[in-house]
Ligand binder design. Structure first.
Ligand code: ACO
Length: 434
């Protein structure tokens, strides 16, 4: 990757009477950055930024977010245009390669991904080591990491051909593993992938078909699933992506790095929020209970938050939430849920929250999770699968970011520093003197 940051002046910092110049760089859009790489060498000081709220950890050309304006773009293309007009596999190609494919390029990519969906037969026995009711995310962390034990021929990260094979294997095989994690948890036999189906349709079939009965994929649900995958495909340097980059900065193999990303995604503050949102809607239960719930949310002592609202980066409507809201209505109609009480609660809750000064003043808007729980539930997924679906879709983002990191000439092993506030030097005290 060719670096694209452009010098754009400098800022002077005075530390203990010493002045140093810190270069400023501009990207193509977004805030400028202050280059502090020489700060420690010149001043003996570190910067302190827990949670990285003011820190750009890398240069990237993949995804751009303007949280104040509610903008999300992949390789420059707005997310709503991609969700409306593209397909998940095309978005995968775009994220990985930087440009939309022409017809031949896309056909070739689709063919390759479709023909990498099977896993080694021995892999199926690997699942049998798990307790029968293992959480599908626990299985995913292990199974994706275990790909590195099964595919030795694509572990040399210095070989561009092997890197490409690994990218394809991950995008192709993670749905197979995700469906197997689901089936194992349910106690149903694994369903093999089918090459005549599209990416999302094949995944739905692997999840919901049983050997005893034919399963015909509803095209509306396949389309909605594809859209949900697009909406979750990448989101710049979030916790799980930063985890993948950090793990990869030591030159660990990408299967292991993606497993680390899945572990990070598992947390309720990241990938688990849609489950929490669905639980909240179920607890509210009826529109009549909304006012008292809103009062509780506004009471700081209650510890209750309106799940699916607010975002660290978006201080405007999450652009993915709008697409998800539409997909939610389409799915409910396709599965024949005409009058879902949860949807009623969600729509009313959103209306009330968007007109309430508490939420307006704090710039709290619906995020993608507000409608995704209802949608996935209506499609037949239990809450235990919600984060697995997120991981499946985000795999392409992770591997694109991993590749970009690996190919970046400025890349170094990630090694943050700290401000130490522990004990200063003291001498060891034997047991009988303590
Ligand atoms: N409900 C009620 N109040 C909220 C909410 C909420 N969902 N979110 C933030 N606030 C309030 C805070 O109490 C705080 O108020 P104060 O200034 O009076 O103290 C103010 O808004 C700022 O909140 P912070 O916690 O500082 O905002 P932060 O950016 O750190 O938090 C977060 C972002 C964690 C997403 C938060 O909005 C939240 O908990 N939302 C609910 C959980 C959720 O939906 N997460 C999904 C995120 S999207 C994703 O991961 C795919």
């Amino acid at each position: 990757m060719e670096n694209k940051v452009k010098p754009n002046g400098s800022a002077t910092l005075e530390v203990n009477g010493k002045k140093i110049d810190l270069p400023i760089y501009s990207g193509s859009i977004g805030p400028d950055v202050l280059d502090i790489r020489k700060l420690y060498a010149e001043t003996g000081m570190f910067t302190y930024d827990p949670g990285f709220t003011s820190t750009a950890s890398c240069e990237s050309q993949i995804t751009y977010i303007d949280g104040d304006a509610g903008v999300l773009m992949h390789r420059g293309y707005p997310i709503d245009q991609l969700a409306e007009n593209s397909s998940f596999l095309e978005v995968c190609y775009l994220l990985l390669k930087g440009e939309l494919p022409n017809k031949e390029e896309f056909a070739d990519f689709e063919y390759t991904i479709t023909r990498h969906t099977m896993v080694h037969a021995q892999f199926d026995r690997f699942f049998e080591g798990f307790r029968r009711d293992s959480h599908p995310m626990a299985v995913m962390v292990a199974a994706v990491g275990a790909l590195s034990a099964f595919y030795h021929d694509s572990l040399n990260i210095h070989d561009p051909v092997q890197r490409k094979v690994t990218q394809n294997r991950l995008i192709a095989k993670v749905p197979t593993l995700a469906a197997r994690a689901f089936k194992y948890w349910m106690g149903q036999p694994f369903i093999s992938p089918r090459n005549d189906l599209g990416y999302a349709a094949n995944f739905l079939r692997m999840c919901f078909a049983v050997p005893a009965e034919d399963y015909v994929v509803n095209p509306v649900l396949a389309k909605a699933m594809d859209k949900i995958f697009i909406l979750h495909a990448d989101h710049e340097q979030n916790a799980s992506t930063s985890t993948v980059r950090l793990a990869g900065s030591s030159e660990a193999n990408p299967f292991a790095c993606i497993a680390a990303g899945i572990a990070s995604l598992w947390g309720p503050a990241h990938g688990g929020a849609n489950e929490a949102c669905l639980k909240m809607l179920e607890e509210i239960g009826h529109v009549d209970n909304i006012p008292s719930f809103i009062e509780k949310v506004k009471d700081k002592n209650s510890g209750v938050r309106l799940m699916g609202f607010g975002h660290r980066v978006y201080k405007n409507y999450d652009p993915r939430a709008k697409v998800m809201q539409k997909a939610c209505h389409e799915v409910l109609e396709a599965v024949g849920i005409k009058d879902d009480p949860l949807l009623h609660v969600a729509v009313e809750l959103e209306k009330i929250a968007l007109s309430d000064p508490y939420f307006i003043e704090r710039k709290l808007y619906p995020n993608i999770d507000f409608y995704s729980g209802i949608t996935l539930k209506a499609m037949g997924f239990p809450v235990e699968m919600f984060t697995v679906l997120f991981a499946l879709a985000r795999t392409v983002g992770w591997i694109s970011q991993w590749t970009e990191m690996y190919e970046d000439p400025m890349q170094k092993i990630g090694r943050p520093r700290q401000i130490y506030t522990g004990a200063t030097k003291r001498d060891y005290v034997p047991f009988d003197k303590r």
